[in-house]
Design a protein around this ligand. Structure first.
Ligand code: MSP
Length: 480
């Protein structure tokens, strides 16, 4: 039986267009899934949107539209960005989807309830709509949420609470032993120290919101006056998308998830609350949570209010999709925050893609087209993936995996300079030798193309096509 591989991405809030930070998460996720798919595994790749939120309702009101129309518009925008970015997701789940998402979210709730892990209590707390979470006084700076710059609302209401505290010890053991693997180690340390400070029970429902339209908010089973707290409903998407609670063939095939890809801001939800929910329900835990850093621009977190947001569509339009994927995977550290400016992007593009890879492909295929009688016949080993590359991808070290590929470009260049096939082809006595060198270079190019497939699928396909047809391709990375 084929090995299966299930990878999920955060379902983003549809309160505004996605920016390059979100595009980063999706590109990493896509490259990982493609690598597994190319290795012959049966993959399932999930994306979606987190819709039952106050944030979205507020944004709709501000835009002067009703929330449902607003949602549909933004979701179209997500889907079209994923298509421009060449994201190969198998499904796009929406948490307002009453057929796909709600039955499973409610089934999970019932299991947690049956374990005695839900209780009702009167609660008063400071709610930050930006985070869609309660905050404590000590989280605030000058009475404001430091991440959103807004004052949280004081809410007094009756909620269901989830006994997160009960699972602290078990979670700790699972994370320490890497049964639930958190990558990188620095994030594993961060979540362990968070758990060590003691976990408090969390609010898991809200009274049905006034001002929310019909169809927003998953009703709490057996209590119509309450809807599920957005994170409780959102996290469930990872199993409801597979049909959990309705037609669970995919669930049986793919759960537990091999990898949840997330940004560092949502670590606690994924590495504490979500596994505790699954433990309570008696369901298997995901195997790995990969946590990436943030994209900054000019050293500051990319954010709308700072006005340093870069629209991924704009970069794609200007440089092409693979240039964007290339930059995100090679020039941003997967574990730390990484900076992206328009100048830095252009520099990398020109140095490594126009003058580097693009030029390399053009020179080899020009020689091949002119001097080879027929296309080089590729053997399977010509496009076999090097174990060192696979290992880097397995460890989520995408920048180093890309470095390996570009080292091969450098080596090929050096080989060409040393052997001078363009000169030798002109001398009758060395023509034979030059042809052999060109053939070797073409095979080398095919190997590079095969390794590029997860990160830069269109470029990889264009190079392999050129090799198969023995024809110089269109200019892959035009000088800009
Ligand atoms: N809806 C929740 C996720 C629920 S998952 C069950 C949410 N949505 S979000 O729209 O705020 O997206 C947060 C995620 O967007 C981060 O975890 C990260 O993946 C991505 N990013 C947002 N800004 C980012 C950067 N500046 N840099 C990198 N990624 C960033 O949280």
């Amino acid at each position: 039986m084929k090995k299966t591989f299930y990878l999920t991405t955060p379902i983003f809030y549809p309160n505004a267009k996605l920016h390059l930070g979100h595009a980063y998460t999706m590109t990493i996720a896509d490259a990982v899934v493609r690598a597994h798919r190319l290795a012959g595994e049966k993959t399932y790749f999930l994306a979606g949107s987190d819709e039952n939120t106050q944030k979205m309702v507020d944004a709709a009101v501000q835009a002067g539209t009703d929330p449902i129309t607003f949602l549909d518009g933004i979701v179209q925008n997500f889907i079209s960005l994923y298509s421009s970015l060449n994201i190969s997701n198998d499904q796009f789940i929406r948490t307002t989807d009453q057929k796909i998402h709600w039955p499973g979210a409610q089934a999970l709730w019932k299991l947690i309830d049956a374990s005695g892990d839900l209780y009702k209590k009167q609660y008063e707390g400071l709610y930050c709509v930006g985070h869609e979470a309660f905050m404590t006084e000590k989280d605030l700076v000058d009475g404001k949420c430091p991440d959103h710059g807004t004052e949280p609302e004081l809410l007094k209401e009756e909620n269901y609470f989830f006994r997160l505290s009960k699972y602290a010890e078990e979670l700790k053991k699972l994370i320490e032993s890497d049964t639930l693997r958190i990558v990188p180690d620095s994030r594993k340390g961060e979540i362990l120290s968070f758990i060590n400070q003691g976990l408090e029970d969390v609010s898991f429902s809200r009274p049905r919101h006034r001002g929310w339209p019909e169809g927003l908010g998953v009703p709490v089973p057996g209590d119509d006056s309450q809807v599920m707290y957005v994170w409780c409903d959102a996290l469930a998407n990872y199993i409801t998308a597979l049909g959990y609670g309705r037609d669970d063939a995919l669930y049986r095939e793919f759960w537990p998830a091999d990898v949840h890809v997330i940004g560092k801001d949502i670590l606690r939800f994924h590495a504490a609350i979500w596994p505790a929910m699954l433990l309570s329900a008696g369901l298997p835990l995901p195997k790995t949570i990969f946590v990436h850093g943030f994209i900054t621009s000019g050293g500051k977190k990319m954010s709308k209010s700072l006005g340093n947001v870069i629209d991924p569509e704009e970069l794609i339009e200007q440089y092409g999709v693979d240039a964007v994927r290339y930059f995100l995977l090679r020039h941003i550290s997967p574990f730390e925050d990484g900076d992206l400016t328009r100048e830095g992007f252009k520099e990398a593009y020109t140095a490594h893609l126009t003058n580097g890879l693009g030029n390399f492909v053009a020179r080899i295929m020009q020689l091949a087209e002119t001097h080879l009688q027929a296309p080089v016949e590729l053997a399977p080993e010509d496009t076999a993936i090097e174990p060192a590359f696979t290992e880097k991808v397995e460890k989520f070290r995408f920048n180093e995996a890309m470095d390996l590929i570009f080292e091969h470009v450098g080596k090929g260049d050096a080989y060409m300079t040393e052997k001078e096939p363009y000169k030798k082809i002109k001398e009758a006595s060395t023509t034979q030798e030059a042809v052999a060198v060109i053939e070797k270079l073409v095979r080398h190019l095919a190997k590079i193309a095969a390794h590029l497939a997860p990160a830069m699928p269109a470029t990889s396909a264009a190079i392999l096509d050129a090799v198969r047809k023995n024809k110089k391709p269109e200019n892959l990375f035009p000088r800009l």
